[in-house]
Design a protein around this ligand. Structure first.
Ligand code: AMP
Ligand code: ZN
Length: 475
């Protein structure tokens, strides 16, 4: 498989260090607010990458951190701590905020068929590991103490700016503002590994360390959590493009200085979801969530489909009109799948191989999901049996995971259940539950909403969210 590597700025053959075993690290969310659909674009594309690597026969071990401490609102180690800001906004403790938004994040991922990573590690669970790495960096002369904090000394590296995709001006953004503010730094690009001198007196989460009571910088968590679970070598590291600098640049600096060798070979960066007014951003406060899409009657998998229709290395512009187009296309696709009639025939091996070849050709070329979707449409044109077409769609769905088979089944069931006369008592009960679930979702009580759905499911009643409201089918 050819994959664009941000480190070399080339498409390269992806070859893990150990054949058939891929170690993959993903920067997780900062859990001070709901994930917006821009964040989730990044996670959806990483999910496709992971699933495709598995589809190709690899075993993938994927690790994700949860940033529940130490992410400041400016990437230049200035500004307010995002977690603390979130806690203040909601009059809760930082840990309460972290728990709530971590659960909300994984609930959104589930709705988008984004698989949970094999290991999920909150930063607050790894303080000992952070301290150990910072100690090593100090011992090796890559870090220094100044003004109560521990800094990484970027001048000790032969090459600090490892990602070449930036102009000098871009690179300055993360560090420029701190020049006057932080007099303790030896070099403007130096960054904090451990704070004891909080700029915020009431920083909630603090730990003992050899340098005094304090808390870690943001970047150290990913270096430590990756090596804790995946060792000193990493095959592939993923994140949104905004993380390349300074976050990933600093991760590389810390890890390679600690281990004394190259750390991660491939860097996979997903470009942004933008609105007409620019990048969708949590800190700007204007953003769209999966729940909001659902409230507006969009199945979350329509958003996944929308993401698959564009290449991960291109910015994607969100508009309701674009999403509506994706919805229409998705629903047509589902209807075409539903119209296929399995007849229990033997799979046509030649047609299957041909369909599969188009699909893998697309994804082998730098994860071209939009061409993979075209390959999916091509299945309907193949001169072969419906059984073979269904087998191909099932096969592609191991990667695309658009819920096409399930949605097609629902249509078929719907067709059945549109006719039957439901017992009025049962109908009243179902409507009451639908209303209770709608109210729970409005209050963002997704646990209750899911419990209601499960309660009905146990009785053979499946709820289907549509633009016209929630409908149901009875098994
Ligand atoms: P955060 O929770 O802010 O740490 O971000 C989580 C992930 O979403 C990171 O990998 C970011 O790079 C990524 N991200 C942030 N904004 C966007 C956006 N507008 N489009 C796509 N990915 C984004
Ligand atoms: Zn990270």
């Amino acid at each position: 498989m050819l994959l664009y590597n941000s480190l070399t700025r080339k498409k390269e053959e992806f070859i893990p260090r150990e054949a058939g075993n891929v170690s993959m690290y993903t920067c997780g969310p900062t859990v001070y607010h709901f994930a917006h659909i821009g964040n989730l674009r990044t996670y959806a594309m990483e999910d496709v990458l992971e699933k495709y690597l598995r589809y190709l026969g690899n075993d993938v071990k994927r690790v994700m951190n949860i940033t529940d401490v130490g992410h400041l609102s400016s990437d230049g180690d200035t500004g307010e701590d995002k977690m603390l800001k979130g806690a203040r906004r909601e009059h809760k403790t930082v840990l309460e905020i972290a728990k709530f938004y971590t659960d909300a994040f994984f609930a959104d991922c589930e709705r988008l068929n984004i698989k949970k990573p094999d290991v999920i590690e909150p930063a607050t669970a790894c303080i000992d590991e952070f301290i150990a790495m910072i100690k090593t960096l100090l011992e090796k002369g890559y870090a220094y103490e100044a003004g109560g904090n521990v800094y990484f000394d970027t001048s000790k590296l032969s090459k600090y700016y490892v990602f070449g995709d930036f102009t000098e001006e871009d690179l300055e953004v993360g560090v420029r503002d701190t020049v006057e503010e932080d007099k303790s730094k030896r070099n403007k690009a130096d960054f904090v590994l451990w704070f004891t001198k909080s700029k915020f007196d009431d920083q909630e989460l603090k730990w003992n360390s050899p340098w005094g009571v304090g808390y870690p910088g943001w970047h150290i968590e990913c270096s430590c959590i990756a090596s804790k679970h995946l060792g000193e070598y990493l095959d592939i590291h993923c994140g949104g493009i905004d993380n390349a600098f300074p976050h990933h640049t600093n991760e590389i600096a810390q890890s390679e200085a600690t281990f004394g060798h190259e750390w991660c070979k491939y860097w996979f960066h997903v470009h942004h979801l933008n609105t007409n007014s620019g990048k969708m951003s949590k800190s700007k406060g204007e953003f769209l969530t999966v729940s909001l899409l659902m409230e507006r009657g969009y199945d979350p998998l329509i958003y996944r489909f929308f993401c698959m229709q564009s290449h991960y290395r291109k910015n994607l512009v969100f508009s309701w009109e674009n999403l509506d187009n994706a919805k229409t296309a998705y629903e047509k696709l589902v209807a075409r799948v539903a119209a296929l009639k399995p007849a229990g025939e033997k799979i046509d091996a030649a047609a299957f191989a041909e369909g599969k070849r188009r699909f893998t050709d697309a994804l082998d070329n730098d994860l071209n999901t939009s061409l993979a979707v075209t390959a999916l449409y091509d299945v309907f044109k193949l001169d072969t049996s419906d059984d073979t077409k269904i087998a191909l769609i099932r096969d592609f769905e191991r990667v695309l995971d658009l819920g096409l088979i399930e949605a097609a089944e629902k249509i078929k069931n719907q067709e059945k259940s549109d006719a039957p006369d439901v017992d009025p008592e049962l109908l009243a009960y179902i409507n009451e539950k639908i209303e209770a679930r709608r109210a729970a979702k409005k209050e963002k009580n997704f646990a209750l909403a899911d419990a209601i759905r499960e309660e009905l499911l146990a009785k053979g009643i499946t709820l289907v969210d549509t633009r016209e409201g929630t409908k149901f089918t009875i098994a």
